[in-house]
Design a protein around this ligand. Structure first.
Ligand code: NDP
Length: 460
């Protein structure tokens, strides 16, 4: 597989001389890590114009250094299930880049987690965190532990064992994890409790996504979904359009999906569908958020149960893609590579005008190409879902000053940050001759911030 140029301004020379060998080296050094390859390729494809303008970045081998994590940890997580049987999982933390601040990025608990997935997420996180303008580096972690159908006690024992190893690598100035798939406020609570017990320190800034009465920030739970919709609204505004009155389809029904739905409804859109890994629901009257939250956040049930309680205007479709539902705006908020080329073709055929990635890398490269060629406004995850980590940085700020802000103030800060990310991605794409291409804009804007910090700090 080769790295292709996505800009007419990239000279073939830079491409074959710098980017192709660089990508070949990523493949050689990280065998089998397909998601990491995909994430690295997606960034490399857009950097040609920067290298053409700034040869000092090539000479300092900034990208080679960026592609090599500063530290990678893999560890055993033994724990006892409710029947007293020994269980063994694998834990990961990839501390990718700390040029801008402590490593920052969530923990994912899902059976699919492996080193390649953690590295793709950590790599994305470097540029996303830079885009927020906050002082945070990039990292990610997790485990192949499957929290589904586990009791609270099992979750607690797993989290305690996970932290018993991870704690020595964390600290508010070193590495600050948060949630991701399978890790919400319950898990962050158990992780924080164990950290506090081992270290004998109530170090609030060591984890984000905490409960509101023990160091958490207002609006952190809502931030990723809200931010994604705020970014979508900005993107539509840049085209002279608005979100109000639009039909929105969302994948997933977890943290990001639920609060994307909530903000979309607040801005006057109708959310007609959402999903989980078993299928999707369509609700022509608009998704009932209170019911969805009760089902997913409290009862931890399946999406099909929504239909049983909602009545005849809602229906459940098992095992199919939510992207077959006609909509104006699509927000993939579940997981990586969940929206493929066929889905993109279907969305375009059904008249979609905007797609914003609430999840990390949910659209495959082929899907992104289809959407962009059809003129659909497309927002990559590292810009559109940066509201979560940005609000985590606001949580760290409040912890450092022993302060806590109101919901309204925090949401206002989030909204300013999302506008800033939109505008800098938009401006950067224009500066490099790709107006409206948020993939190019976000990659280059994030890259330049980190690259400049790395250059200034010397060869480390
Ligand atoms: P949750 O665990 O809260 O929810 C994940 C949702 O996605 C669930 O509805 C889950 O369904 C569904 N899902 C997961 N895997 C699959 C799959 N293979 N096929 C179909 N559906 C699937 O996670 P979050 O909402 O926190 O995270 C969602 C995405 O957003 C991830 O990509 C994450 O990296 C990204 N993200 C999250 C942030 C945050 O603040 N939480 C910040 C930035 C990005 P089921 O229950 O059936 O598995």
């Amino acid at each position: 597989m080769t790295v292709s140029s996505s800009s007419g301004r990239i000279s073939d020379g830079i491409h074959t001389r710098v980017l192709e060998p660089l990508y070949a080296e990523v493949l050689r050094r990280n065998p089998g890590e397909t998601e990491f390859h995909q994430a690295a390729r997606e960034v490399l494809e857009t950097l040609g114009p920067v290298f053409a303008d700034r040869p000092e970045l090539v000479d300092a081998r900034i990208v080679e250094r960026l592609c090599e994590p500063e530290r990678q940890l893999i560890f055993r997580v033994p724990w006892l299930d409710d029947r007293g049987r020994t269980q063994i999982n694998r834990g990961f933390r990839v501390e990718f880049n700390s040029a801008l601040g402590p490593y920052k990025g969530g923990l994912r608990f899902h059976p699919s987690v492996n080193l390649g997935i953690v590295k793709f997420l950590g790599f994305e996180q470097i540029f996303k965190n830079a885009l927020t303008g906050m002082p945070i580096g990039g990292g990610k972690g997790g485990s192949d532990f499957d929290p589904k159908n586990r009791s609270d006690n099992e979750i607690m024992r797993f989290c305690q064992s996970f932290m018993l190893e991870l704690y020595r690598h964390l600290g508010e100035y070193t590495d600050v994890p948060a949630g991701d798939i399978g890790v919400g406020s319950r898990e962050v609570g158990y992780l924080f409790g164990q950290y506090r017990r081992i270290t004998n320190r109530h170090e609030s800034g060591v984890l984000t996504g905490k409960g509101l009465n023990w160091g958490g920030a207002q609006a952190r739970t809502e931030a990723t979904g809200y931010g994604c919709v705020m970014f979508t609204a900005e993107m539509l505004r840049a085209r002279g359009l608005e979100l109000e009155g639009k039909r929105v389809s969302i994948s997933g029904s977890g943290n990001v999906a639920i609060y994307a739905a909530e903000k979309a409804q607040q801005l006057g859109a109708t959310v007609i569908s959402c999903s989980d890994s078993s299928g999707y629901i369509v609700d022509d009257k608009g998704v009932d958020l209170e019911l969805l939250k009760q089902l997913k956040e409290v009862e931890r049930g399946r999406i099909s149960e929504y239909v049983e309680r909602r009545g005849p205007h809602a229906r459940f479709v098992s095992g199919s893609s939510v992207w077959e539902v006609p909509c104006d705006v699509a927000l993939p908020c579940a997981t990586q590579n969940e929206l493929d080329e066929d889905d993109a073709v279907t969305l375009v055929r059904n008249g979609v005008i905007a797609v914003a990635e609430g999840a990390n890398m949910p659209a495959t490269p082929e899907a992104v190409r289809v959407l962009q060629e059809a003129g659909v406004a497309f927002a990559p995850g590292k810009a559109a879902n940066a509201g979560g980590v940005a609000t985590s940085a606001l949580e760290m700020q409040q912890n450092a000053s022993r302060d806590s802000w109101t919901f309204a103030y925090t949401e206002q800060r989030l909204s300013e940050i999302m506008r800033h990310i939109h505008d800098s991605s938009h401006r950067t794409a224009e500066r490099y001759g790709q107006p409206g291409n948020y993939v190019v804009g976000a990659n280059i804007a994030g890259f330049e911030i980190v690259a400049d910090a790395m250059l200034a700090q010397g060869l480390i």
